[in-house]
Design a protein around this ligand. Structure first.
Ligand code: PLP
Length: 225
């Protein structure tokens, strides 16, 4: 299906309060323009360099989301314009984002990434680690970041029960952190979970941001990047 039909069809499935992040990584500017012309405004990228190339070439009312792993030394390149950083998993990175936000006189919104899948990866907090960070004195000094929710990726599995369980885990983490640290903060409301293969399951478990790439733009060809 062409890009506009895909976007319309996915949007028609999303309940109120669930937003679509169109994941345009590796895709050309022309594809993003097509999606933009049918009303899509949130785009997700996972490489700083691609964000740096695409941001100046496209309309200013696009909200750019960084969904990939962000290296501390690259925060400065996206700090002037980034709308939301999904994958934050250390106090060091939070501190650097805050520093660059101060330099740009901005408040930058971030999500804490949690490791919910069975596959081993270096990325993502455990609940214990995240609590330590949120309780730390260093964290309370960071006035130019706003933790607006959580993010996670489920296992690449055909087993729906497994995937649903992992999304439930992230939902539970969200609820616990909300109660412990963000009771009076209405901005702490986002649960970023669900991709092309599993977004319907993620929505069942309370996702508010689905990150969908290949179902909109087609399979990615990594040989060209
Ligand atoms: C690439 C990517 C997506 C989108 O994946 P699709 O399967 O193409 O929808 C979502 N989230 C993250 C973190 C990604 O890196």
């Amino acid at each position: 299906m062409p890009i506009p039909d895909q976007i319309l069809s996915i949007n028609s499935e999303l309940p109120d309060g669930v937003k679509l992040v169109a994941v345009s990584k590796t895709k050309p500017i022309s594809d993003i323009e097509i999606a933009y012309d049918c009303g899509q405004r949130i785009f997700g990228e996972n490489k700083v360099q691609e964000l740096q190339e695409k941001h100046p070439a496209l309309p200013k009312d696009i909200q750019w989301h960084m969904i990939g792993h962000l290296q501390t030394n690259k925060v400065k390149y996206i700090a002037p314009f980034i709308g939301l950083i999904h994958g934050v998993d250390s106090l060091k990175l939070l501190t650097e984002i805050n520093k660059q936000a101060v330099k740009n006189s901005r408040i930058i919104d971030v999500l804490l990434q949690f490791h919910i899948a069975t596959e081993s990866t270096k990325f993502g907090f455990s609940l214990t680690e995240a609590k330590e960070v949120l309780q730390s004195e260093e964290y309370t000094k960071l006035k130019n970041i706003r933790v607006v929710g959580v993010m996670g990726m489920a296992s690449f599995s055909e087993d729906q029960t497994q995937v649903l369980g992992e999304f439930q885990d992230l939902k539970n983490i969200f609820e616990e952190l909300k109660q412990l640290f963000f009771t009076n903060h209405t901005y702490f409301k986002e649960i970023s979970m669900g991709m092309s293969g599993d977004y319907r399951l993620a929505i069942q478990k309370g996702s508010t941001l689905v990150r969908i790439g290949s179902s909109i733009f087609g399979e990615r060809n990594y040989a060209n990047v």
